[in-house]
Design a protein around this ligand. Structure first.
Ligand SMILES: Nc1nc2c(c(=O)[nH]1)N[C@H]1C(S)=C(S)[C@@H](COP(=O)(O)OP(=O)(O)OC[C@H]3O[C@@H](n4cnc5c(=O)[nH]c(N)nc54)[C@H](O)[C@@H]3O)O[C@H]1N2
Ligand SMILES: Nc1nc2c(c(=O)[nH]1)N[C@H]1C(S)=C(S)[C@@H](COP(=O)(O)OP(=O)(O)OC[C@H]3O[C@@H](n4cnc5c(=O)[nH]c(N)nc54)[C@H](O)[C@@H]3O)O[C@H]1N2
Ligand code: SF4
Ligand SMILES: [Mo]
Length: 733
């Protein structure tokens, strides 16, 4: 039986991590999927989503044809060719009247995860002259890009996971989320690192899977990370543990930093954050004392009100304790498909993090290091006047379930003249769209691991620890009788219809200007092959695309020489800034707060992830549906007892903006006073309680007009002040 089966290696593209998978085919049909245990980076890792990928391709809910909404509001199939022609004509009509700015693109998870989609989408906007490009980055971890600009990038970077002596995980749980910190097989890597003596510090209001392995675990109130980090830096400075020789050579701003840290004694920070002062001191000593220490933060602290400052203070912590790679240190991955930064023990210094590019018409926003503020896009659509956004393309994203402030998003999506979703499912957003373009799914598309390698620049334990890459051919054709396209073909087709040339940038360069300079033109008249598309996306990569492709089956470590960190060149003037004025101002403002904010709300809703779903995707998968019927409201048993709640009770979480329902699940790992819930569940307003729309949409609890970051626009999406109301009691009122 088994002999008749054929196996093929491929790359999972169900999330950004791009695991190496083996797919078993039976008479041409994919029947079984598992991790490739011989793979050097993933060592057999896969998650339940990857292993269910075969079934995902033939879910009954998968769109096999594009859809157009008729006058009666119902969607009906339309050929992709006609859809593209009609959409192009509507774009032309809108830009003729309202100008190019009336057309915007939002790149969500599955647009981001596919370089071809990103590349052609961006090129189309360029071609029509619109700068209105939005992505999920500004509602994810925008503090990362902002902090890198304000502090300055250390060109040599940070150690590989295998070289770490101490890791600080702040509001991230990579064992489940595969967010950075621990590489591509996080549980195995963590186990091995602990075996060889690596110390782990975890700071999280929930005792996460990672926290279970921690040497020091702090379980603070959410949103209080800036105080904890400020106190840690202060301890390192006060106790003479700082690397002053390094700072003198490479960083400015020490005096400003010290002044802003004055209020942050361990005791003061501990009182704010609800942790022990001794634990803050111990964490600081451990981090500074170990040889090679590094940090990784996630969505939690980026969404809790001070994301830029948290990411900035993590960089300051690294600089003050001198933990960046030094001359003579080894860079294990010199890059295969992506050119890494020059291996210099130096920084070009800070660059502006906002205040450039396109200006938005709401709340004074500009473009930022993390992109245009997505949390302002609904208002850009709803605010009348010149420049109003009339058309939105959603590439593999789901604004209705993922953006903060669902009620406002709902208004905005319905106000659009043209809403186009590239989505294999009738997502909550797709249900409101004028056109839903049905895409091919991963098995039907050739790809590479360039995205995950690119992400390696985010920090420690992201991307590959070795010069690794994989190419996969398409494994199978789309289902018979279907009419599905690769996402990029939508933009190529529209450009063709409008007579536009698309200049697709190379993603092999960290600096997007360099990537643009090396762009490839796709003129109307010819349809590029899959190879031609990848050649363009990876133009001038360290190892040419063709060479990676030639390796064929499975992932491969390329024989590239490790880089050795070099001294900075003579006359180098760039220095990092550890005392940025805006960040120090934010530290001072936090210290000056009198009394707790939002005292009328007894609880804080904090975000967390669930293994079986990816944001709003995979909810339609029947196997996973059986495992999780909803997104529970995880509450500490003491809080349950006080509120008289039992497992399975339906409660309402009430924020200043709105309320949602949640099903109580007592959970001793959650800090008392917090309610941990996963985002991107539920349906559109009005669909609550209907079959198939289980769960509460936590985005509905956020307001984009309150407690938002003045630069990236991200509002509270975790640490949202809420009260508990018993749903049944409410019904009886
Ligand atoms: N309160 C709160 N809100 C949050 C978060 C949180 O932690 N708390 N997290 C935020 C974060 S980090 C993010 S990144 C955003 C995510 O925001 P989005 O990216 O907007 O949302 P997703 O749910 O990831 O959308 C994925 C969509 O892609 C579709 N899809 C699945 N497979 C494919 C494919 O192969 N091709 C195409 N074209 N489409 C596909 C799915 O059907 C789904 O509709 O949500 C944010 N929202
Ligand atoms: N299985 C699965 N994997 C995923 C996803 C998914 O939906 N499912 N989503 C993907 C996406 S889009 C992203 S961006 C990544 C995100 O990856 P992570 O950021 O690692 O996501 P989480 O697992 O939600 O971890 C966030 C942690 O922050 C904590 N937290 C909440 N508020 C605060 C706070 O104020 N301070 C501190 N210190 N901690 C806080 C939460 O308790 C939680 O443990 O995961 C990706 N991977
Ligand atoms: S972690 Fe991501 S890439 Fe890996 S198997 Fe799961 S969904 Fe696929
Ligand atoms: Mo994300």
């Amino acid at each position: 039986m088994r002999e008749k089966r054929e196996t093929k290696a491929t790359i999972c593209r169900a999330c950004h991590v791009q695991c190496s998978l083996i797919v078993e085919f039976d008479e041409g049909r994919p029947v079984k999927v598992y991790g490739d245990k011989d793979n050097p980076e993933y060592a057999g890792y896969s998650c339940i989503k990857g292993r269910e990928l075969a079934a995902y391709h033939s879910l009954p809910s998968r769109l096999l044809h594009s859809q157009k909404r008729g006058a009666d509001g119902r969607h009906a199939p339309i050929t992709s060719r006609t859809a593209i022609a009609e959409i192009a004509a509507r774009v032309k009509a809108l830009t003729d009247v309202y100008g190019p700015r009336s057309v915007a693109i939002y790149i969500g998870t599955h647009g981001y995860n596919n370089f071809a989609t990103q590349g052609f989408g961006m090129a189309f906007l360029d071609a029509i002259g619109s700068k209105m490009l939005f992505t999920s980055v500004t509602i994810d971890q925008p503090g990362k890009g902002v902090a890198a600009c304000l502090h300055g990038t250390w060109l040599a970077g940070q150690p590989a996971v295998a070289d770490l002596d101490c890791l600080l995980l702040l509001g991230t749980n990579p064992v489940i989320s595969m967010n950075g910190g621990l590489g591509m097989n996080p549980a195995k890597n963590l186990h091995e690192a602990k075996q060889r003596g690596m110390k782990l510090i975890v700071i999280d209001p929930r005792r996460t899977e990672c926290a279970a392995e921690a040497d020091i675990f702090l379980q603070p109130k959410p949103g209080e990370d800036p105080a904890i980090l400020a106190a840690m830096v202060r301890v390192i400075l006060d106790e003479g543990r700082a690397d002053h020789a390094f700072l003198a050579e490479h960083a400015a701003g020490l005096a400003a930093l010290k002044a802003a840290l004055a209020p942050y004694t361990p005791e003061a920070a501990a009182a704010r954050a609800g942790v022990a002062a001794d634990d803050i001191v111990a964490a600081a000593r451990l981090f500074a004392g170990q040889g090679k220490s590094a940090t990784s933060a996630g969505t939690g602290p980026n969404m809790s009100g001070h994301g830029n400052l948290v990411e900035y203070m993590l960089k300051v912590l690294t600089s003050v304790s001198g933990k960046w790679l030094r001359p003579g240190d080894t860079i294990r991955n010199p890059g295969v498909l992506i050119n890494r930064l020059p291996p210099l023990a130096a920084s070009p210094g800070p660059v502006p993090a906002w205040g450039f590019g396109e200006k938005l018409r709401v709340r004074g926003f500009t473009d930022t290091a993390a992109g245009l503020p997505t949390a302002a896009l609904a208002d850009e659509i709803l605010t009348p006047g010149e420049g109003q956004v009339k058309a939105l393309f959603v590439l593999g994203g789901n604004p209705m379930l993922a953006w903060p402030d669902q009620l406002k998003t709902h208004e905005a999506m319905r106000a659009l003249d043209l809403l186009v979703c590239l989505d294999p499912h009738m997502s909550a957003t797709a249900r409101l769209a004028h056109y839903v373009v049905a895409p091919k799914l991963p098995f039907e598309i050739a790809s590479t691991t360039a995205l995950n390698e690119f992400i390696g620049n985010f920090g420690v334990g992201w991307g590959y620890q070795r010069p690794y890459a994989q190419y996969t051919d398409k494994l199978s054709d789309p289902p018979p009788g279907s009419d599905v396209i690769e996402d990029w073909e939508l933009f190529h087709g529209m450009a063709e219809a409008l007579g536009l040339t698309l200049r697709v940038k190379s993603f092999s360069h960290i600096d997007p200007r360099e990537g643009k300079r090396r762009g490839t033109d796709f003129a109307p008249g010819t349809k590029p092959s899959s190879d031609a598309v990848w050649e363009a996306i990876l133009k001038d990569s360290p190892v040419p695309f063709a060479e990676v492709k030639a390796h064929g089956k499975g992932g491969h470590v390329f024989a590239r020489q490790r880089a050795v960190v070099q001294d900075k060149p003579e006359g180098w003037t760039g220095r990092m800034n550890i005392g940025d004025a805006v960040m120090m101002g934010e530290l001072r403002a936090i210290a000056a707060e009198t009394g707790p904010k939002h005292a009328a709300f007894a609880y804080r809703m904090i975000s967390r992830r669930m293994n079986d779903v990816l944001n709003s995707a995979w909810h339609e998968h029947t196997v996973l549906q059986r495992r999780h019927a909803t997104n529970p409201a995880f509450i500490h048993p003491d809080d349950c007892a006080r509120e008289g709640l039992r497992a399975g009770d339906v409660i309402e979480l009430v924020s200043a903006r709105a309320h949602i329902e949640g099903v109580v699940e007592p959970d001793a790992t959650v800090r008392p006073g917090c309610i941990a819930m996963t985002h991107a569940w539920g349906g559109n307003p009005g669909e609550d309680g209907l079959p198939g729309f289980a769960g509460g949409n936590t985005g509905r609890l956020s307001s984009v007009e309150e407690d938002f970051d003045p630069y990236t626009g991200i509002p509270l999406m975790s640490a949202i002040p809420v009260n508990i109301r018993k749903a049944r009691a409410e019904a009886a009122e």
